[in-house]
Ligand binder design. Structure first.
Ligand SMILES: C[S@@+](CC[C@H](N)C(=O)[O-])C[C@H]1O[C@@H](n2cnc3c(N)ncnc32)[C@H](O)[C@@H]1O
Length: 257
């Protein structure tokens, strides 16, 4: 997989190409709860893992933090966002969240959405460890990821959901239950402060309107109708989300170093 240009096979980039800006499972509603839970002030030095199209970056910058650093693996996405937020205190690095190159104990808040789910578990832990390393003691790490429910979900169903997601969104998505997400964070030394959840309605019309507004929703709809290849991919994704909707959910967690 190339990390240079945007890979239009992957579900999130297919949606982005159609004009979708909110690419996280719990939508803007859960993002707002996460950002509120992080209690961002003008004193904060923030790192955002995988800012993607910059939707959350925009929300964070409206709080005028002291510093903002986006760490985005995809070179094209990093450059696009850097061009949007050109400022001395706000920058975007083209690097992996598992190895940011940032100084130890140097920031007060780290946030990352819809980026751990797509990593195998050992890589999820590496990224959490990196968040822990760069945070100052007392600093907080906020995540917003795809979840599975209930906590005791049968192993075979989990496997089937993962395979279904891999086929339709072309990313090896590995969502976890609430306890599994919390346990992974705790293993890296974090203390769980807040857990919020929302339905996984990424491709439901009501959620798209709530996330994108009416005008953009119409524009996305028109784009989908006039792009048959993308339409096929998006309908396939929607079918998979619908099939497993009783077990798919989204979690936002704030954890403290
Ligand atoms: C589903 S999109 C989510 C983007 C954004 N956080 C959002 O919620 O709208 C996944 C993003 O994660 C980025 N990504 C994946 N692995 C990464 C890593 N190890 N380090 C930094 N970014 C990564 C991808 O390039 C992409 O921009």
């Amino acid at each position: 997989m190339s990390y240079k240009s945007i890979n239009t096979e992957q579900g999130h980039w297919v949606l982005a190409k159609m004009g979708k800006r909110v690419l996280r499972p719990g939508g803007k509603e859960l993002t707002m709860k996460l950002v509120n839970g992080l209690q961002i002030t003008k004193e904060d030095e923030i790192v955002e893992f995988a800012p993607g199209m910059g939707f959350t970056a925009n929300l964070l910058l409206q709080k005028y933090p002291k510093n903002y650093t986006g760490v985005e693996l995809n070179e094209e996405a990093a450059q696009l966002l850097q061009a949007k937020i050109n400022s001395t205190h706000y920058k975007v690095l083209n690097a992996s969240a598992s190895e940011t190159g940032l100084a130890t104990s140097s920031v007060t808040k780290v946030i990352g959405e819809a980026m751990l789910t797509m990593q195998p578990d050992h890589r999820k832990s590496e990224i959490m460890r990196e968040a822990y390393r760069i945070l100052k003691p007392g600093g907080c790490y906020g995540i917003h990821e795809l979840g599975l429910a209930p906590d005791n979900l049968d192993f075979e169903i989990k496997k089937e959901i993962q395979q279904g997601l891999a086929k339709s969104i072309k990313v090896n998505a590995r969502p976890l239950t609430k306890t599994e997400w919390c346990t992974l964070l705790e293993k890296e030394g974090f203390k769980i402060k807040l857990v919020e959840e929302n339905a996984m309605d990424l491709l439901k019309v009501k959620r798209i309107i709530a996330d994108e507004g009416i005008l953009r929703t119409l524009k996305i709809g028109l784009n989908v109708l006039t792009h048959p290849e993308e339409k096929k991919k998006i309908f396939k994704m929607r079918e998979t989300f619908k099939k497993y909707e009783n077990h798919l959910i989204s979690y936002a967690i704030v954890a403290e170093k």
